[in-house]
Ligand binder design. Structure first.
Ligand code: PHE
Length: 460
């Protein structure tokens, strides 16, 4: 083994691991994507479907990845190679995902950081101008790069301080702060006149809205939100001691992530109801425009002082969620380079930072200098291309390969033995069936549905 084995990091205990897993999982996906999907697909119906998926399929995959990491003590490439050189390619594909996501996630992180400060400096009215502020900011030739760099520097400093001294400590501050801010915002928003009909719209299931489309969207959301199929949980599992119970840990991570998603919706959907009288306003907007254009308008309608406080707190909360997720990407990339090349942590970390920064500049140029390059059709950007390749192409492929690899090649028993090192695993039979049959089929369903939609066979 390389010298990096000796300096391999580890968590201080089970709760540090759970918190880190939750911190990776809770991110931009929870804050704007979940509320928008829930609003679109009949509120409670979507939440219920999502909940069932998280606690069946989601925790199955979380458990698999963590056990694989802990069993081999290596990040993704090494973990797969451990069982034979010819399997290393699965790890390579998984590892490509954080390298693709980290730069563009940091750009969006930069937007969030900018907005957090802009609530204090520019004031809420400036941000609620229907999109001009947003467009001119993201296409600015200097400012947008500066905020991307600010976001990256914060993340780099934390990860640079190491797993115990940086990541654990930052999570210990940011995650509770995030929960407190989210609960405070929910309490305020829900108590506004008229908000209760928004809460009802959001929580009460409307079974008529259940559709295959809802199911596929919930599945895709679950993947991204739990940070699956990108080597993160393999790396994090490799830092875990043999005493900590894996099933208990992953159940907690799933619960944490689901809880924050539900809170985010309780904030956004009722707020939009109060401002616009319907959930359709949320449902009609997806992606950046919901967070950076619609919500500032909703906040503005609460009056200037309230809007300043709510807007600032909201974006600070989103910034914390984004920082802790980005930390998990940078840590995973560092770990992959260390294990793969036998480099010291410092060298691997430096390469990771330089790579992320340079790629970030390139992707951000897609909003200004290189905006003529529209790889996915009119109006699309380089960021969209990166997002597409990682989330829609690589992640489902990695998931199927990982499931087939564990289910049929190394066999679930190998990982069950690892899980049982710390505690008896009562659900092992169900878990094996999930890994071998149900989960791969479900992922293939998402892929077929997606490709079908591209060719117009289904409509999404
Ligand atoms: N799970 C995170 C979210 O919900 C996204 C993420 C992506 C985290 C990639 C880490 C890595 O936003």
């Amino acid at each position: 083994m390389s010298s990096s084995t000796q300096e391999r990091s580890s968590w201080s205990g089970k709760w540090a691991f759970i918190l880190a897993g939750a911190a990776s999982a809770v991110g931009l996906g929870n804050m704007w994507r979940f509320p928008y999907l829930a609003a679109k697909y009949g509120g409670g119906t979507f939440i219920l479907t999502y909940l069932i998926l998280v606690f069946t399929f989601g925790v199955t995959l979380l458990l698999l990845e963590c056990a694989l990491g802990r069993r081999t003590g290596l990040s993704a490439i090494g973990a797969f190679r451990h069982f034979g050189k010819k399997f290393a390619f699965i790890g390579v594909l998984a590892s490509a995902v954080p390298f693709i996501i980290a730069p563009y996630y940091s750009i969006i992180g930069g937007w969030v950081t900018k907005y957090t400060f802009a609530y204090l400096t520019n004031g809420p009215a400036a941000l609620a101008d229907g999109g001009k502020f947003f467009t001119s900011f993201i296409s600015s030739p200097v400012e947008s790069f500066v905020w991307m760099a600010v976001f990256m520097i914060v993340v780099f400093i934390i990860v640079g301080l190491g797993v115990g001294g940086g990541i654990e400590r930052a999570n210990l501050v940011m995650m509770p702060a995030l929960i407190v801010m989210a609960v405070a915002l929910v309490v305020y928003i829900v108590s506004m006149p008229g908000a209760m009909s928004g809460v009802a719209y959001y929580l009460i299931p409307d079974m008529a809205k259940f559709s295959p489309e809802l199911f596929v969207s919930a599945l895709g959301q679950m993947f991204y939100s739990l940070s699956l199929a990108m080597g993160i949980m393999i790396t994090y599992g490799s830092y875990l001691d043999k005493k900590s119970s894996l099933p208990h840990s992953v159940a907690n991570i799933g619960m944490f992530d689901l809880g924050v998603s539900i809170l985010a919706g309780l904030m956004i959907v009722p707020a939009a109801f109060v401002a616009m009288g319907s959930g359709e306003a949320v449902a009609a907007k997806s992606g950046p425009s919901l967070m950076f254009v619609t919500l500032p308008k909703v906040f503005q309608s609460m009056g200037p002082q309230v809007a300043t406080v709510i807007g600032f707190l909201f974006f600070l909360l989103v910034a914390f969620a984004a920082i802790t997720s980005a930390m998990s990407l940078i840590e995973t990339m560092t770990s992959i380079i260390m294990d793969g090349k036998g480099y010291s942590r410092k060298k691997a970390f430096t390469i990771t930072c330089i790579f992320t920064f340079v790629m970030g500049i390139f992707i951000n140029l897609g909003f200004n200098g290189l905006s003529f390059f529209q790889p996915l059709g009119k109006g699309s950007t380089i960021l969209d291309l990166f997002d597409f390749v990682s989330n829609s192409v690589l992640m489902p492929i990695v998931a199927v390969l990982t499931l087939v690899f564990v289910g049929w090649i190394v066999k679930p028993k190998t990982l069950i033995d690892e899980i049982e090192v710390s505690a008896p695993f009562k659900l092992q039979a169900a878990w094996s069936v999930m890994v071998k049959y149900i989960a791969p089929v479900l992922v293939i369903v998402i892929m077929v549905a997606y490709v079908g939609a591209q060719f117009g066979v289904f409509k999404f």
